[in-house]
Ligand binder design. Sequence first.
Ligand code: HPA
Length: 255
Amino acid sequence: MSRLAIIGGTGLSKLKNLEFLRHQVVSTPYGEPSGPLSIGRLGGCEVVFLPRHGYNHRIPPHQINYRANLWALREVGVRHVLAVAAVGGITPRMSPATLVIPDQIIDYTYGRAHTFFEGELDEVTHIDFTFPYDADLRELLLRSARAAEVSVVESGVYAATQGPRLETAAEIRRLEGDGCDIVGMTGMPEAALARELGLKYACCAVVANWAAGKDGGTLITMEEIDATLKTGMGQVRAVLEQFLSRPDNPACFAG
Ligand code: HPA
């Protein structure tokens, strides 16, 4: 049976309604994942949960071992990955506490281990990445949000920045000029590595704050981010519960 994984971000290091079954420590050729995988049941289906920043939220975005995380998930039979991510809002629709299901991404990160296709290769491989998020998973997420009566913005361009610092106002203006709607630090290389491994991947982003310079002269504080994420992650949980109780959800797919 193939499994669904939820990669939790800031504000979602635990899933309240996950009935915990067991932890599984997985070692990979790329090193250690962010922590042991939590295998549990939610909405009647078995899911694998992994907090991207570690269980104590200690791993900054640029030091996450994205390769080990995705490799470990595939190793335990995961074929579908739902990524939850906190982001800053750039364009007017992306106000704090909004949920967004992005459909495109631009990668501004650097120096991260971003591919499995390096070293001693039999051949050079270029994955197609025209549409970085899986269309079926996105559609299921959108339907789940409707069923949960949670309003979501149905598309958007995610700018993946290096962090861990937040951006300057000028950087955000540049990202907006590039067509980006939201900005976060973990979207890449996660999405591309999932594609390289053949995993279906979609993201549910929660806007934690207006991106730099988008709220007049107001500075961004961690207190603001944490407070907004509390509300936003409650809505994400509602969407996830709907998602996992759908008969067509991939957590329960056989094969
Ligand atoms: N920028 C980048 N990443 C983020 C932000 C932001 O403003 N808020 C939450 N994650």
